[in-house]
Design a protein around this ligand. Structure first.
Ligand SMILES: Cc1cc2nc3c(=O)[nH]c(=O)nc-3n(C[C@H](O)[C@H](O)[C@H](O)COP(=O)(O)OP(=O)(O)OC[C@H]3O[C@@H](n4cnc5c(N)ncnc54)[C@H](O)[C@@H]3O)c2cc1C
Ligand code: HEM
Length: 392
């Protein structure tokens, strides 16, 4: 618990820190990578280059300071950070590294305004947050390792099947090389692939794209133009090869209730929705599987979803193509809008609404959820990268 004087200093310095939070985190990362190169492999350098991760950290620091005496407001943010950290394998001892570099960055950017008293207060506040995260992360690591088939750290998996799902997406079916069990996971969770490419260790998150309980873990990867890991997986990894995985984590998970379920996805954002669909199809629950793709060549899992819809009348697919070719027969063409989506859905806002896709798609989808009156706690979204703002 922070003393009152520290809380007052944090509150008094927010007006100086908030407008310069981006500068502080932009200064923080190069400083940390220069002083502690051992943490570099944990960070996706594309997220650094595009600025998304520094922005996410800046937002987290400012939100923390603004809620310094009402930390309960941060529980969703803390849950997301904890799950992301556990997925990547962040360790308690690394918090001292981040703390030291963050304080150096604050001092460097604020200059004389960062007196010893101010730095001391931010140091204490940082430690409080670090303690919360370390404790929560240990609980999550332990629970994950404890369940049947669970593990901590890395585990070797063998690719038992590689399957093209569209012109750009391929699935990898993975079974433990040790022949052991795999854990139950929640549909919507993701694993982390660790590998070395051109001598550099890299790690990337991939959503599980099939239901739990199949005996394998399946990921479905879009080959990104010039993408380091996705190209490696598409071009170099084949049946019989091994991949090192961290266990499933993530909080974008299927709420198992009887409310109508709307899965609204664009492009490769379809992957966690496939896991949710496969898990929920036989529950009898009303499911609207709405997917936007460029055209039929880029449309993954169409045959699987159509087959499920034939077997389960509660599953209602709807496909929208933005750049259809002559042979395409989507239900609609163009971009999603509120009128199109609301015409498909039941006349109630009491639905579970999941959305995932490229950022402009997610902005449009979230607006639609808001216009339908879906409660915030029933509107769920994930980013295939650090959390970004979707609404002004
Ligand atoms: C929770 C979660 C779940 C995910 N699930 C999936 C999934 O199911 N399927 C899936 O395919 N992906 C998924 N991803 C995304 C995945 O983790 C990778 O980000 C993705 O595969 C791209 O990685 P890469 O190494 O191939 O590309 P990177 O090398 O990271 O590059 C990505 C793109 O950015 C471009 N780029 C690189 N550097 C720069 C720069 N400096 N400026 C501008 N552009 C640049 C590259 O050319 C490329 O097009 C998920 C991500 C998260 C966080
Ligand atoms: C109090 C301390 C910390 C805070 C507030 C914090 C906050 C965050 C936030 C907000 C994200 C983005 C989550 C998302 O939207 O997906 C994140 C991701 C991440 N954090 Fe932390 N973090 C802290 C400590 C650490 C430590 C000690 C490490 C270890 C080196 C670390 C490594 C990472 C990595 C590797 C990512 C993913 C980055 C990426 O996508 O490239 N963090 N953290």
């Amino acid at each position: 618990m922070l003393d009152q004087n520290t809380v007052e200093i944090i509150k008094a310095t927010i007006p100086a820190v908030q407008p310069r939070a981006d500068e502080i985190t932009a200064c923080f990362y190069p400083l940390m990578f220069a002083q502690y190169p051992e943490v570099i492999p944990y960070f996706n350098q594309t997220h650094q280059a595009k600025g998304a991760q520094p922005k996410a950290l800046a937002n987290a620091v400012v939100a923390y300071a603004a809620n310094i005496d009402s930390l309960g407001n941060l529980s969703d943010a803390v849950t997301r950070i904890v799950q992301k950290h556990c997925a990547l394998g962040i360790l308690p001892e690394q918090y001292a590294i981040v703390g030291s570099c963050l304080l150096q960055a604050i001092k460097q950017v604020l200059g004389d305004a960062a007196s010893d008293e101010v730095i001391d207060a931010w140091g204490k506040a940082y430690q409080q947050l670090a303690d919360i995260l370390i404790e929560a992360e240990e609980a999550v690591y332990a629970a994950s390792a404890r369940q049947p088939g669970g593990w901590r750290g890395e585990r070797e998996f063998r690719v038992v099947r590689k399957q093209a799902e569209s012109a750009v997406i391929s699935s990898f079916y993975l079974e433990p090389a040790d022949g052991g069990a795999i854990p139950e996971f929640s549909p919507g969770q993701y694993i982390t692939v660790l590998t070395e490419i051109a001598g550099e260790p890299v790690r990337r998150n991939y959503s599980l794209s099939d239901a739990p309980g199949t005996g394998y873990l399946r990921i479905s990867v879009k080959k990104e133009p010039e993408g380091v890991v996705s190209s490696f997986l598409h071009d170099q990894i084949n049946e019989g090869d091994s991949l090192s995985l961290r266990a499933p984590f993530g909080e974008f998970t299927l709420r198992e209730n009887s409310k109508p379920l709307v899965l609204l996805t664009g492009g490769v954002g379809i992957t966690p929705a496939m896991s949710m669909l496969n898990a929920a199809a036989s529950s009898g629950r009303e499911i609207h599987f709405i997917h936007a793709a460029l055209n039929s060549q880029a449309h993954a899992f169409k045959a699987d979803v159509d087959q499920l819809a034939q077997q389960h009348s509660n599953v209602q697919p709807f496909y929208i193509y933005n750049q259809p070719t002559d042979d395409c027969q989507p239900h609609a063409r163009g971009l999603i809008d509120a009128q199109m989506i609301s015409a498909l859905l039941p006349q109630t806002s009491d639905i579970e609404f999941y959305l995932l896709g490229p950022k402009p798609f997610m902005q449009a989808a979230l607006k639609i959820a808001r216009s339908l009156g879906v409660p915030e706690c029933q509107t769920h979204f994930e980013f295939f990268g650090p959390m970004e703002a979707l609404e002004a």
